[in-house]
Design a protein around this ligand. Sequence first.
Ligand code: ATP
Length: 301
Amino acid sequence: LIQLFRPLDMLGMVYREIKQGLIDMESMFALIDTPAEIADAPGAPDLAVRGGEVRFDDVRFAYEADREILHGIGFHIPAGRTTAVVGHTGAGKSTLSRILYRFYDISSGSVTIDGQDIRSVTQASLRAQIGIVPQDTVLFNESIAYNIAYGKPGATQAEIEAAARGASIHSFIERLPQGYDTPVGERGLKLSGGEKQRVAIARTLLKNPPILILDEATSALDSTTEAEIQAALGAVAQDRTTLVIAHRLSTITSADEILVMDQGRIIERGTHEALLARSGRYAEMWALQAAESRAEAMAAE
Ligand code: ATP
């Protein structure tokens, strides 16, 4: 009998491992390629976060040896502040967030958090301090409570509900037939893009990291949902050092600093007002997006 159960046990183990693998993959925010080997330096200490100040100093980076993607990027997010990055597709915006999470090591320059080079600390401690709200959240075929609690293994029901409230998804969940026990994912209830993003926000609230990466969805949401999500994101970014990868300029007008990227370089930087006053690339992008939303509004009438 024992011999019969041993393979089953093994199967259980393999299943758990695959599931953990999927969870890990998800936390890589849909990174498609397997990143280069990144190893902890021997005897590396854990990252010690005080305020969570992030600094990129003359960062150069290439995914492939002969094609440099970032050509000397420098910026500084003071503890608790928000920096937004905008720019055309392929400018290198998401690459910045992958580097901060240390999916890749840079070719030269440095990235530090509270003065500690991220290459000199353990990856586990680095990633424990950074929360990511990705563009598209992968849901597990489990209950919605499980999907939220993934932000903090062992979270209590009260903590899960508090996070759901913070992410403006509690009342939606309460109206579901099985409430927090409702199965979601491929084999359960399919959630909309906006609902999935709120699950991601709730997870992040539970994880409660001092540093946050918000990778804004490219797909447009309807304006009510958009406003709700923005309010939830604003709440989660409060008092955390936040890097926003933005696609819609309307969502980042209150950022402390906006970086405009073009082909791996920062070509303009400043507040929304200062950038508009410059009448440069940002002002151009702003005028273009404003015209697009006017056209959309007219088409909807
Ligand atoms: P988008 O707004 O479309 O998301 P982005 O500004 O975030 O664009 P990145 O995803 O940072 O752009 O990509 C910057 C450049 O790096 C692009 O030219 C892209 O082709 C290249 N790139 C991105 N990921 C990889 C990869 N895994 N391997 C090789 N090149 C990559």
